[in-house]
Design a protein around this ligand. Structure first.
Ligand code: S3P
Length: 427
């Protein structure tokens, strides 16, 4: 088990190249794998999660090569996958297991797919149910991984998802590519729409409105070249660091600012910390922009309702930020946090309490009274990359030293995170 001891930072300065967006990277690989020929991906994330998708696709017979800055996926068409010889391992990655399940549900072979202990504890009923309605047969461990997916000729469905989840929506849309007719998913509020936008890039007939997406099958995917923007969920840690460490200026070029992901920017505007600059550039339907974070006095804010899916991965770091805001911040309607890589309501609240923040857990969120002077403490990541990184940022403006235990998990989304942080201290 690796740990790190962090001291407060006097300032953080510099320009950083963040990893490619993790969500877009998974989709670029998976869609390329079933496209009709070679696809070129630039800016692909080097996260372990994304590597797990690559390894799963390779086990399914897809050739993936790296040439300099480019990753080339030799798409084999809709039915180009081969029965894997061994069980697929999604590691810690919910996106890998849930999105791949959508494709595997339509293959004429059986696939077993599992993940690490955390992933084996996360709910899979949300994808098993719709895929079985479409005709697949899936054995599971009481609706959890490992999953044994027996593919079938699928039928189109109209599915009302009880949760706003891009993984569920994407899983069903991917299965819908194989079903005759229109497969439609509605969700209670809009989740990230990268799958819908990218399918358009692969020339698939897709309809999408906020809260509704439909795909016409059977589809054929024309090869496409995808440029992945920097990950706004990775940027979030440095946005908050730059706002809270005195005398800082952190510049982040080319960050993906798809409106279904920019809840963090909206939250920061509400907290009186605007960080967006320059006009946007759009490639592959995905807008990107340079972000710059500088110190500000944060206002408190209220995060709830349809904003939650747009900040779901940023809530741990926003909670850390809220401890420094001048008043009470509330986070509600965020029960989905309990079934992420850790129970992020409990892990954020218990760690912030250790640092002497004034914070209270509620069923679907938390209430934070700021500002409070955080004190260095011994923190556990609970094996959750976003918890490890959120508390590394908290350490920068806490009094004394903070030890973060169990930090290997950071590689799940952001290899090189701690090195980047150090480079800013010396910038
Ligand atoms: C993701 C969707 C979100 C998010 C996860 C990545 C995706 O999960 O938390 O980190 O790439 O589709 P849910 O769909 O479960 O909300």
């Amino acid at each position: 088990m690796k740990n790190i001891v962090l001291k407060p930072a006097a300032r953080l300065r510099g320009e950083i190249v963040l990893p490619g967006d993790k969500s877009i990277s998974h989709r670029a690989l998976i869609l390329s794998a079933i496209a009709d020929g070679d696809c070129h991906i630039t800016g692909l994330s080097n996260a372990l999660d994304v590597n797990n998708t690559i390894e799963c696709l390779k086990k399914l017979g897809i050739k993936i090569q790296t040439k300099g800055e480019q990753v080339i996926v030799k798409g084999g068409g809709m039915y180009g996958l081969k029965a894997p010889k061994t069980i697929l391992d999604a590691g810690n990655s919910g996106t890998t297991i849930r999105l791949l399940s959508g494709i595997l549900a339509a293959q004429d072979f059986i696939t077993e797919i599992t993940g690490d202990a955390s992933l084996q504890n996360r709910p899979m009923r949300r994808v098993i149910e719709p895929l079985e309605m479409m005709g697949a047969q899936i054995e599971s461990n009481m609706f959890k991984a490992p999953l044994k997916i027996r593919g079938n000729q699928l039928r189109a469905i109209d599915y009302a998802s009880a949760v706003a989840s891009a993984q569920v929506k994407s899983c069903i849309l991917l299965a819908g590519l194989y079903a005759k007719g229109i497969t439609r998913v509605t969700e209670p509020s809009e989740s990230r729409n990268h799958t819908e936008l990218m399918l358009r890039e692969f020339n698939v007939n897709i309809q999408a409105n906020p809260g509704m997406a439909g795909v016409k099958g059977p589809a054929q995917l024309q090869p496409a070249d995808i440029d992945v923007p920097a990950d706004i969920s990775a940027a979030a840690f440095f946005l908050i660091a730059g706002c809270l460490v005195p005398d800082s200026e952190i510049i982040m070029p080319n960050v993906g600012v798809n409106p279904t992901r920019t809840g963090i920017l909206d939250a920061l505007i509400a907290m009186k910390a605007p960080v967006q600059t320059e006009p946007q550039v759009t490639i592959n339907y995905e807008p990107r922009q340079k972000l710059i974070a500088r110190p500000v006095n944060l206002n408190p804010t209220h995060l709830s309702g349809s904003l939650i899916p747009r900040i779901i991965d940023e809530i741990p770091i926003l909670a850390v930020a809220a401890t420094q805001a001048n008043g009470t911040t509330t986070i509600k309607d965020a029960g989905e946090l309990r079934i992420k890589e850790s129970d992020r309501i409990t892990t954020v609240v218990s760690n912030l309490k250790k640092m002497k923040a004034n914070i209270r857990e509620i069923k679907d969120g938390m209430i934070i009274d700021g500002p409070s002077r955080l004190r260095g403490a011994e923190i556990d990541s609970y094996g959750d990359h976003r918890i490890a990184m959120a508390f590394a940022i908290a350490a920068l403006f806490a009094e004394g030293e903070t030890q973060i235990n169990n930090i290997e998990c950071v590689d799940t989304s952001f290899p090189g995170f701690f090195e980047m942080l150090e480079s800013l201290r010396n910038g």
